[in-house]
Design a binder for this molecule. Sequence first.
Ligand code: URA
Length: 433
Amino acid sequence: MRMVDLIQKKRDGKLHTKEEIQFIIEGYTNGDIPDYQMSAWSMAIFFKDMNDDERAWFTEAIVHSGDTIDLSAIEGIKVDKHSTGGVGDTTTLILAPLVSSIGVPVAKMSGRGLGHTGGTIDKLEAMKGFSVDISNDEFIRLVNTNKVAVMGQTDNLTPADKKLYGLRDVTGTVNSIPMIASSIMSKKLAAGADAIVLDVKTGAGAFMKELDESRELAEAMVKIGNNLERNTTAIISDMNQPLGFMIGNALEVKEAIDTLNGRGPADLTELCYTLGSHMAVLAGKANSTEEARELLQEAVKTGKALEQFKLFIRSQGGDDTIVDSPENLPTATKTIAVPSLSSGYISAIMADEIGTSAMLLGAGRATKDSVIDLAVGIELHKKIGDAVEEGEALVTLHVNDADYETVVEKVQAAYSISKEEIPSPQLIYDVIS
Ligand code: URA
């Protein structure tokens, strides 16, 4: 087989065989196929797409380009959850203890944040002592004992995806549905998931800004999952504004505690119950999402979910006193109220700009090597639809030593205020399975 022939084949809109796709991914991973040929092929995919079979084979080939995690020693159906990235998205921190408290095994591999979106590991590390640096054996032991554990991504998971994503980033081929869908699904499959719940974000702060393209991505991922015999459900949820009120690592841990206590923000709580109930159904712990939701709500009401959070923290070396005493979390030295420049109703909040503002305060990484400040971030007081008076605080900045003057202006510019009353945006747009 010659790569040039395969590039021409796709350029002319023809279909690849499974062997051809394996040849491309193996050759690219081991260096036999150079970047310039892979770039040309990626551009051909961008314009000519892949059919459902090609997408499934492509995903499988990426899975087998590196290590895979074998979770078969864990009893039960392991359901993973993936979010396509947002601002203030604390759902993993809440869902891990919440769904495991009703018996769903949660064996999760998570990553660190980059740019305007936060990473689960950074948030977990805001709890003193918490470590995701655990061996595979310890990971499996913890899930079998406690039903929950989170570990950091191993280096050799889906190396073909790492290499290809880097190439797509500089060749204008990131925004291709088959490429994105396979990239995301390959990581979930390599991490050992039996079933997958996807939270596909849509709106200004999301990777996919339009509902139609978010739906197309969700459908593509669900099809790949189901073709590879993993029950997969996708929820399309709003990211036109940050989720919840807190953006920043320790601040989001605090918000997770509030939510597990039944006192969380309405949107974050609702999204967690929605995702959690689909996870419980896929894991076979409930026959319907309604039944699952009741189990989850009961776990919050009785304190079982919060006790499970303590167990999860303790078992991975963390300080579980933060659950009853959140003041033990890292706290910023200053709080700065950012006033509204006019009166009216909040009509839009540019979530990505708020995420970038939190990053500029030190809560996120501008580059992979940036050191983050776990204590700092942004607390929103106003969300879309809320009334506001001129001079009233839109947000509070939690600041240590960053220069916050430009952040104040950036946050003010991220809020749009209208004279007309504005309804709150819909949170859940669709469920696809
Ligand atoms: N996220 C991924 O993991 N892969 C993509 O291709 C795009 C977003």
